[in-house]
Ligand binder design. Structure first.
Ligand code: PXG
Ligand code: PLP
Length: 435
């Protein structure tokens, strides 16, 4: 039997979806084409992935060229030219002391890789008791067992509760409607929330904690911007306690907040940075973990013929993905994408905050080209309003995303003010027609 739709959709209400499927068949620049021929303005840059726009000609050409030149190369004990070139370029873009790059295929894999490197580092230094991992409430670090365990999204954890990693704890999240609703950019209130690490360090004893992982700007949970001074405080506490600090920059890296990395934008250098998405503009799946020299160097010991880190993926450093990455980084440079995104930030902020006062809007948050509009949940139907806005916008030819009742925006790094206006006006109309 040939099934109608064998495709089990990720993070989707499958049964509802197949009653009225939304299917895309092509894309170019800032628009998707749907299977009914409609053009849709993409207000989410893929899934935070595609800041340069879809089917960027230089990335397409690089992939086409590479797939016909070296389609795959064994990645263990053998390297390919594109992967090593990309690693060097990523390291050059990263903070000065971070010159080592481990490739993965996704954000989830980057997170699990970073957690494993943190544990291996402490053990190699004779502090093998440092095994505890600290995440943060409302954090999203992907769906693999490590990332899910340090993650703080209740729905993602609930069913797998008994299988979560042991020895994990969470900092308080940084959101408070009462103290920061409608902040523009970084909230003034909340730096003290970083001190929650002192509580966990006292409870577990700091000497048992390996690493803290946070998103510099929390994305998936509905965009929580770090309070002024919060990340600096977290860095100071990690230094004081000998705990590694991991920035999960799967969303924030590569221009999304007007800089190559959040580490640069906020002036806080972590010990490891996890990336994916914008590394290849979403064209070929690829992630990377960027590692501080001291961590890498501590692991380069023992007999020289021995594998130093028993970790890696079949597709780590895939040559076609690496070619896409090289073309993507070249395009960011040639188009001055990070500076453009930074220049667009105040315009985006203005347009986004024009939704203040529209029906059901209880908060608006923004940083870089990340924006969120939070709606009051309909009594007895949390998430319904957000999903209805998503549907209405999709019907009106604009793709936005809802995480429950939080509408999320991730415009292209080279968006025009007119496009931003159209996205937000489409949302405005949807809100005005909403029960
Ligand atoms: N860390 C962070 C900070 C992420 O945002 C991941 C890890 C996992 O990456 P992969 O490539 O394994 O999906 C992510 C992914 C949303 C949304 O609606 C965000 C993500 C994925 C799906 C939806 O904001 N981020
Ligand atoms: N499962 C089996 C049976 C495998 O042989 C491998 C890799 O060789 C994996 C899982 C892991 O796959 P990957 O390296 O693509 O993550």
């Amino acid at each position: 039997m040939q099934p109608d739709h064998a495709f089990w959709m990720p993070f989707t209400a499958n049964r509802k979806f197949w009653k009225a499927p939304r299917i895309l068949t092509a894309a170019r620049g800032h628009y998707y084409t749907a299977d009914d021929g409609r053009q849709l303005l993409d207000g989410f840059s893929g899934l935070w992935t595609s800041g340069l726009g879809h089917c960027h000609p230089k990335i397409v050409a690089a992939v086409q060229e590479q797939v016909a030149r070296l389609d795959y190369s064994m990645g263990f004990q053998v390297a390919n030219d594109k992967a090593l070139a990309l690693a060097n370029e990523v390291a050059a873009l990263a903070p000065d002391s971070m010159n080592h790059v481990f490739f993965t295929n996704s954000g989830s894999e980057s997170v699990d890789t970073a957690l494993k490197i943190a544990l291996a580092f402490h053990r190699a230094r004779g502090e093998g008791q440092r095994t505890r991992l600290i995440g943060r409430e409302r954090g999203y670090h992907g769906v693999n067992f490590g990332g899910m365990s340090v993650g703080g999204i209740p729905a993602n954890r609930k069913v797998f509760s008994a299988a979560l990693l042991p020895g994990v704890d969470h900092l308080r999240h940084t959101h408070s409607l009462a103290d920061m609703a409608f902040s523009r950019g970084q909230p003034a209130w909340g730096a003290h929330l970083a001190d929650d690490l002192e509580r966990l360090a006292a409870l577990h004893d700091a000497s048992n904690i390996a690493a803290v992982i946070v998103e510099p700007v929390a994305g998936s949970t509905g965009i929580l911007v770090p309070p002024i001074g919060y990340l600096q405080r977290l860095r100071e506490l990690c230094d004081r306690f000998g705990i590694l600090l991991i920035f999960d920059e799967v969303i924030t890296a590569f221009g999304r907040i007007g800089a190559p990395f959040a580490a640069e934008r906020f002036g806080v250098v972590p010990d490891l940075i996890t990336t994916a998405k914008g590394l290849t503009n979403g064209v070929i799946p690829m992630g990377a973990v960027i590692v501080r020299d001291a961590i890498h160097d501590a692991l380069m010991q023992g007999p020289e013929n021995m594998v130093e880190l028993f970790h890696g993926y079949t597709y780590s450093g895939h040559p076609v993905a690496a070619a896409a990455g090289l073309a993507t980084l070249a395009a960011y440079r040639e188009e001055d994408s990070f500076a453009r995104a930074l220049a667009l930030e105040p315009i985006f902020e203005e347009v986004l905050h024009s939704l203040r006062g529209e029906p059901h809007v209880i908060d608006i948050r923004n940083f870089g080209l990340m924006g969120a509009v939070e709606l009051a949940p309909r009594p007895d139907a949390a998430g319904a309003r957000g999903f209805e806005v998503f549907l209405k916008c999709f019907e009106a030819g604009v793709v936005v995303r809802n995480g429950g009742d939080v509408l999320q925006f991730s415009p292209f790094l080279d968006s025009t003010p007119e496009e931003l206006g159209r996205i937000i006006d489409t949302v405005r109309q949807a809100l005005r027609g909403l029960a």
